[in-house]
Design a protein around this ligand. Structure first.
Ligand code: FAD
Length: 491
């Protein structure tokens, strides 16, 4: 945190920190209300867009306010207490308003079936939308939002990480940022909106805030390193939902690439995941690799955070090795930073690289990867017997995804826990103001997006992007209207 500087290098009415869906929405909203907006992004222009750009680009659209609130309450369960009714109300109303807002920007909504918790009351309000026909992902929604920002000619600084909030008492006056090797001070005449994402790529924060995951990598942008959390703490912000993450998923991390990769599993059946003790611990499978709901699993009749017995290996046989590429190939690989890797169709290039280990026998493989050979043999024998019966009594994997591991040689690939995204950050209120530990809003400081998201436990897919738009508009409106939302700009 920086005291008020004697010299400001630049000025704007509203400063928006971070250019993903939340930042874009806040910036456009403030701009459309007549504010001079400066959007500041840490990444180079070619890597812009944060998690928003590389996401599946699906949007949860609840079509009924009361049902949306009911569904939300069911998902939050015992973690509902700290979300005020007023905030839930704003969330539901703005979520409903998203569709018309997006259509106004040119979205062509195409619905896909994806109700994550159909058993919950209110779930019949869930609609999940893509922009136009085509596969999930593909940046179609991102390109629409990016074009909408471009059309407004909003001033944007790239490669400019914001490092500090500048304040006078409880009021935020601007930011300091690093630009071209120099520290610059930028004044915000009306407000600062933090939309700089979560802490997917902040290993120490992950260890401090999320239990049981000493090593986790992002599958999205590597630029979300918890900067907004650190800046929030420095100005006295309260934190919430820090232990709620979308994940862990199981992925592959190549040595020289900063982000982890989704797995491509469905081409074959004769594979399992085992933990440090050689035992299975979950229902393996796509899309999140652990047969889950964004990292939550149902155990003993309750939804719980998936726990991972690290190190975890994917074990498979020769038949599976030949059936298709386990890593994603080509353009799907780390799209936001231009890293591409051509994973071989038969996985032999990755065997040669040592990413996949191999041995003629299962005991030999167990020795190679340092897990108990007897335990691995027992696990495979049990899985094979169940697979032949077409039934997985231990973890409920579907019959049509089961086949015994029986053809040597055998293979092991270490899997890495990864986050889709984190949800925690500075607590915000119904007006998208960041709230201090004393419960009072910090003057002229707003937030939106996954930095301090409203989601406290279970999560409906598409909900993060929808929340970016919902609270992005609230933050943009209130920041554009000045310090206390009363239209007063600081002179
Ligand atoms: C692979 C993947 C698939 C997903 N699919 C979906 C989906 O389909 N639907 C859904 O709802 N959610 C999905 N999510 C989650 C969702 O994409 C994110 O939660 C959401 O996009 C976050 O948007 P945001 O604007 O808050 O942050 P981001 O889009 O991550 O943007 C934050 C920006 O802030 C920048 N930044 C960070 N620190 C600083 C700093 N100090 N100064 C300046 N800039 C900074 C970053 O570079 C980044 O560009 C997915 C996530 C991933 C990774």
């Amino acid at each position: 945190m920086t005291a008020s500087p004697t010299h400001w290098d630049e000025e704007a009415d509203v400063i928006v920190v971070g250019y993903g869906f939340a930042g874009a929405t806040a910036a456009m909203t403030a701009h459309d209300l007549g504010a001079k907006v400066l959007l500041i992004e840490k990444a180079p222009e070619a890597h812009k867009g944060g998690n928003s750009r590389v996401s599946a680009n699906i949007v949860f659209w609840p079509n009924d306010i009361d049902k949306a609130k009911t569904y939300f309450r069911a998902m939050a369960g015992p973690y509902m207490d700290d979300i005020p009714d007023e905030m839930l109300d704003v969330w539901a109303r703005e979520m409903l308003a998203n569709k018309a807002w997006l259509e106004g920007l040119g979205m062509v909504p195409v619905e896909i079936p994806y109700v994550e918790f159909p058993e919950f009351a209110g779930s019949d309000c869930v609609h999940v939308l893509l922009n136009g026909e085509g596969p999930v992902g593909g940046e179609r929604l991102w390109r629409l939002i990016e074009a909408s920002v471009d059309a407004r000619r909003i001033d944007t600084l790239y490669e400019t990480p914001v490092v500090d909030l500048v304040r006078d008492g409880r009021e935020i006056l601007g930011v300091t940022a690093e630009r071209l090797g120099k520290r610059i001070a930028i004044r915000a005449r009306r407000g600062v909106v933090l939309t700089c994402g979560g802490f997917e790529n902040a290993p120490v924060m992950v260890r401090n805030y999320v239990t049981g995951l000493p090593t986790v990598y992002p599958v999205g942008t590597p630029y979300n390193t918890g900067d907004g959390i650190r800046m929030g703490i420095e100005v006295g912000a309260d934190l919430w939902h820090m232990n709620n993450v979308s994940g862990p998923i199981l992925s592959f991390k190549a040595p020289d690439i900063p982000v982890a990769q989704w797995l491509n599993l469905a081409h074959g059946k004769s594979y399992i995941f085992v933990g440090a003790d050689g035992g299975r611990f979950t229902m393996e499978g796509e899309p999140c690799s652990v047969g889950d709901a964004h990292g939550k699993v149902r155990r003993h009749g309750q939804w719980q955070q998936q726990s991972l017995p690290l190190p975890i290996h994917m074990i498979f046989d020769e038949t599976y090795r030949k059936s298709g590429h386990i890593g994603k190939a080509g353009a799907d690989w780390d799209v936001s930073h231009g890293n591409r890797y051509d994973w071989s169709d038969d996985n032999l290039r990755e065997v040669a690289k040592g990413w996949i280990k191999t041995a003629a026998t299962l005991p030999g493989l167990a020795d190679l990867i340092g897990i108990p050979a007897d335990a691995l043999a027992d696990t495979v024998a049990r899985f094979n017997a169940d697979a032949r019966e077409g039934y997985d009594p231990d973890w409920g994997r579907k019959a049509n995804t089961l086949a015994p591991l029986e053809t040597g040689p055998f293979y092991a690939m270490e899997l890495t826990p990864a986050f889709v995204n984190t949800q925690g950050g500075p607590r915000r209120d119904a007006h998208a103001r960041i709230v201090g530990v004393d419960g009072e809003p910090i003057g002229r400081l707003f937030s939106a997006g996954e930095l301090g998201s409203i989601y406290s436990f279970l999560y409906q897919g598409g909900g993060n992007i929808a929340e970016c738009f919902a609270f992005g508009r609230v933050a943009g409106r209130n920041a554009a209207q000045g310090a206390d939302g009363d239209g007063t700009a600081r002179s």
